[in-house]
Design a protein. Structure first.
Length: 97
């Protein structure tokens, strides 16, 4: 919890700069996850994973563009990075097994 609070305080101080950098990070990680998901096929399971990745990335970008409170934007960023990372790792492991 201490790490979360420390990162959030830093994010809140430099909200505009970190939001711009985080949009790039979220987009790139989401694109990589989407690519690996689609490399595994285009079945219902892959399409639902793709929906999750695209949904959380768009949720984060919409929260930045609609100028939500910094805490909401920061939590959206964490959710976006977590979902994209988990599905990316899962599909890379699945691809090479």
């Amino acid at each position: 919890m201490k790490l979360y609070r420390l990162l959030y305080e830093d994010f809140e101080k430099l909200y505009v700069g970190y939001s711009a950098l985080a949009i790039i990070l979220s987009s790139c990680l989401g694109a990589a996850a989407a690519m690996v998901i689609l490399m595994n096929g285009h079945d219902v399971v892959q399409m639902s994973q793709l929906l999750a990745v695209v949904g959380v990335c768009m949720w984060y970008m919409a929260s930045v563009l609609s100028q939500m409170k910094p805490k909401f934007v920061f939590n959206s960023l964490i959710a976006s990075l977590a979902v994209s990372s988990i599905l990316l790792i899962f599909n890379v492991i699945l691809r090479y097994l």
